[in-house]
Ligand binder design. Structure first.
Ligand SMILES: [Zn+2]
Length: 390
């Protein structure tokens, strides 16, 4: 490394010219707030943006920084019921509306905060813009870090999600005649996306998540394989609690690349939730950003065009580190292990205490690992047989 060139020049020198990327962001993200006791902190988006910027990863030659656009109502109703959107409009003032509970609103997970529809439109607009840029060939990869709100149903808010931006982004790609595969690695099952495409063979949905036996939303079992024409096009890999990076990578390798090869998508949409890490307060998986990066690299290899979305992540430092690493991978940029000092000085959070961007390796061993491996192998064998991957 040539130290006298400085970080940016160093990164530029290490970046392959062929991959064009876009990073979707809005300063307005931070205007919205789920409330002081809610685990979803919109601040994590600003933190990620700041860390990416501190590493000089927004000024690479083939990278575009793109302001989010606001999705309009016509976009929202490609998936959501009009009646539900009317309720969200009324709830946007942050006060309760008639029948709120029926639509999943105002009950803990999905609080009625001021601007909740504007927030959802901004997030969805970013994911739609990401999809449009990849679809048109303007870029090869677009990363919409605010997106990935995969639990929202057609007429119900669920799991911190009011509007399902992955579904709406996929709908926009289908409208252009694209064949889409969706890969969801969030700790929670991507139930809203699965439900949207459960009966079609036009979209392949694959979700690897902590088993619904112990975690919200309580589904996503291996037997859920789609229905009618969609049979075999919904795939779920439930993982036992405490699963580590080794099991994560094993399950992914056995199922995802062979399915993508068979399905031959034009575009891959991925949900890159990082609530699967061992220090996440809401889940029980034991991944680190090392396993996460391995998977991100693999998704990049199998994606002809790639719309990358964010997702869960309730330890904000985890989120910033993991999505910065993911963005570096998308751009073929090697970044220094040490988090830039000026960033650390501004954000002295517990999760940055090591000063390093990569987590320490964490691998489970002994009897617990043997039992987990047996369970994951059972699920993999079941799926390989049902999906004819042998
Ligand atoms: Zn999640």
């Amino acid at each position: 490394m040539c130290y006298h060139l400085g970080r940016e020049a160093y990164l530029r020198g290490r970046t392959r010219a062929s991959v064009k990327t876009a990073f979707l962001y809005s300063k307005d993200f931070e205007k919205f707030d789920y409330g002081p006791s809610h685990p979803l902190k919109t601040f994590r988006l600003k933190l990620t943006f700041e860390l990416i910027r501190a590493y000089g990863l927004l000024s690479l030659p083939d990278t575009r920084f793109v302001e989010s656009e606001i999705a309009d109502e016509d976009d929202l109703v490609t998936f959501h019921d009009r009646e539900y959107i009317e309720v969200l409009k009324a709830a946007n003032r942050g006060v309760s509306v008639a029948g709120a509970g029926y639509y999943g609103l105002g009950v803990g997970d999905n609080p009625l905060f001021k601007g909740l529809l504007e927030w959802s439109r901004l997030v969805t607009g970013a994911s739609l813009k990401a999809a449009a840029m990849v679809e048109s060939g303007e870029v090869d990869i677009a990363f919409s870090i605010s997106g990935g709100l995969h639990h929202a149903m057609a007429s119900r808010a669920s799991g911190f999600c009011y509007v399902n931006d992955p579904v709406i982004a996929i709908m926009s790609l289908l409208k252009k005649g694209k064949r889409v595969a969706y890969i969801d690695i969030d700790a929670h099952h991507g139930d809203g996306v699965q439900e949207a495409f459960y009966a079609t063979d036009k979209v392949l949905t694959i979700s690897l998540h902590e088993t619904g036996r112990v975690l919200f939303p309580g589904g996503g079992f291996e037997e859920e394989l789609g229905t009618g024409e969609g049979k075999g096009y919904s795939v779920n890999v439930p993982m036992p609690p405490s699963s580590d990076d080794e099991l994560f990578v094993y399950a992914f390798d056995e199922i995802v690349p062979p399915l993508i090869k068979k399905f031959r998508p034009d575009i891959v949409v991925s949900q890159l939730g990082v609530d699967s890490f061992y220090s996440d307060p809401l889940t029980h998986l034991s991944y680190t950003n090392n396993g996460f990066c391995e998977i991100v690299k693999k998704i990049k290899v199998i994606s002809p065009g790639w719309v990358a979305l964010g997702g869960g992540g309730y330890d904000v430092a985890n989120v910033a580190k993991a999505w910065t690493l993911a963005w570096a991978i998308m751009n073929d940029a090697d970044i220094p292990e040490e988090i830039p000092g000026e960033f650390l000085a501004r954000y002295p959070l517990e999760g940055f205490r090591s000063g390093k961007i990569r987590d320490e390796r964490y691998i489970v061993s002994g009897r617990e690992k043997t039992m987990m491996r047996e369970e994951v192998e059972r699920v993999v064998d079941f799926l390989r047989e049902r999906l004819l991957l042998r």
